[in-house]
Design a protein around this ligand. Structure first.
Ligand code: GCO
Ligand code: MG
Length: 460
């Protein structure tokens, strides 16, 4: 077979990377090959990273970290999410001072290699700050890849296996009735899944701030500490209250609606076992994060004791935390915050791994995940067979104005923008109108300040 036949036998599409290196091909190859060649290499001419910018913006008082990758192709930019809201300024430094000088000039095509070399570029690795920084660049490069291919990202990830991603709405309140009313409103808007959080009367707590009692000894003048606890939380009253809460909701809202609850990592193993057993009659869609990541081994014991679907993982950073729970089928839903593990490239792998072990995805999607993260998760959710549920019920007005092209939520489904890449562009001028203050109280101190009655700090 002569060289010409060999080249022709390679299908134009499959050989793109082979053909990319134009200089390999002798001059004057036939016009049909030129046309096919042009099509084959469309979007693969070396395009380089020309600039990496970090944008901090807080349109709805939530600090969001966005990365803009500018390229050598005029007008071609990509957007990524690097939102670690509690340490936004540190992520900015990691991007501006380390990743940017390390990656300028690289080909935008080499997404996986850029991830792998960035991962080891700090020698020490696996942390929330560095992974969020990498996520900003990673998701932006996927956005660029979709734009160059002229297709929405979900197409690059394998195309749709469903029309939209079923979302869950956050219904919280200080009383059973208040949560019931908020949940009913969500159901009327078309949501089939509702997360329900209620304050524990007299205690501080996640999801619905109750009237936190100030310990009689506590003084406002002294800093909070073991001898001066102020925001008090105790797991006993919470665990005793929860079954009554779900009994109320099921009796008022009926059996159809899928109910979810976030324990937020705050109970002991025994409390979790008893809680799960007492909640089984109310058929939760999932119970989230019963334990902190430091107690991952508890899941082996909990799994043997209850049939309640378990979701875990928003605090995970490394594969050492999530692979054991997935491969040993100890959870039903993986709840990773994709920028906390380094972006879309690793999240793709987690989704694929989870499919083989019957674990579904429920990526972490609170207000402190930017619309870009939601769009990236959505692309993965549309193309992954083992999708579970999407956290989120839409974006506030100001956020939609800064993030032009936020995914739409309709009838409880999040729908992808049918545009190349992620379909979102940032209005940088408007983003600058919501600056992130670079001094306290720009990080919420509620983490690390909530304590038990005896002064012991609570681990969320
Ligand atoms: C959730 C989470 C969040 C986190 C928050 C921390 O399930 O949505 O638990 O509410 O607490 O993202 O910044
Ligand atoms: Mg949570």
């Amino acid at each position: 077979m002569n060289r010409r036949d060999a080249i022709q036998s390679i299908s134009l599409a499959g050989g793109a990377s082979f053909l990319a290196s134009r200089e390999l091909l002798p001059e004057g190859l036939g016009p049909h090959l030129n046309a096919g060649y042009a099509q084959a290499v469309k979007g693969t001419a070396p395009v380089r990273i020309r600039e990496i910018k970090t944008i901090l913006t807080a349109p709805n008082r939530i600090r969001l970290v966005v990365v803009k990758v500018e390229t050598s192709e005029p007008g071609l930019v990509g957007w990524g999410c690097a939102t670690f809201t509690q340490r936004a300024l540190v992520v900015q430094a990691a991007i501006d001072k380390f990743l940017k000088p390390f990656l300028i000039g690289r080909s935008v095509d080499e997404i996986e290699d850029i991830w792998q070399c960035s991962y080891v570029s700090s020698y020490w690795r696996n942390g929330p700050v560095l992974f969020n920084a990498m996520s900003g660049v990673d998701i932006a490069l996927w956005d660029i890849k979709g734009k160059r291919a002229g297709m929405p990202l979900y197409q690059l990830l394998g195309g749709k296996v469903r029309q939209g991603a079923d979302c869950y709405f956050h219904a919280s309140g200080n009383s059973f009735t208040e949560v019931e009313e908020n949940a009913r409103r969500a159901m009327e808007q078309g949501f089939r899944h509702v997360r329900v959080q209620v304050a524990t009367p007299g205690y501080a707590g996640y999801g619905a701030r109750g009237t936190a009692p100030t310990a009689p000894t506590g003084s406002q003048d002294e800093p909070v500490g073991p001898t001066n606890p102020r925001a008090i939380w105790e797991s006993g009253p919470y665990v005793r209250m929860l079954p009554k809460f779900f009994e109320h909701l099921r009796s008022k809202l009926g059996d159809e609606v899928e109910l979810l609850h976030d324990v937020h990592e705050r109970v002991t193993l025994n409390e979790a076992v008893n809680l799960c057993k007492s909640l089984e009659p109310y058929r939760l869609f999932f119970l989230e994060d019963p334990f902190p990541p430091e107690q991952n081994e508890h899941f082996r014991l909990l799994r043997q004791q209850t049939s309640i679907p378990i979701a875990m993982g928003e605090l995970f950073n490394t594969q050492h935390e999530y692979v054991p729970l997935i491969k040993d089928r100890l959870i039903d839903f993986i709840r990773i915050h994709i920028s906390q593990i380094g972006g879309l490239s690793p999240a793709r792998k987690v989704a694929a791994l989870s499919e083989y072990f019957g674990v579904r995805t429920a990526w972490h999607g609170p207000g402190d995940a930017s619309p870009i993260a939601h769009a990236a998760q959505l692309a993965l959710e549309l193309a992954s067979y083992n999708f579970g549920v999407h956290e989120g019920s839409g974006f506030p007005k100001e956020t939609q104005e800064v993030f032009v092209g936020c995914p739409e939520v309709k009838n409880g489904y999040m729908l992808a923008q049918e545009k190349p890449g992620l379909g979102i562009e940032i209005d940088e001028t408007l983003a600058a109108k919501f600056p992130v203050a670079d001094a306290p109280p720009n990080f919420d101190y509620s983490w690390g300040t909530t304590r038990r009655r005896d002064g012991t700090v609570i681990r969320p």
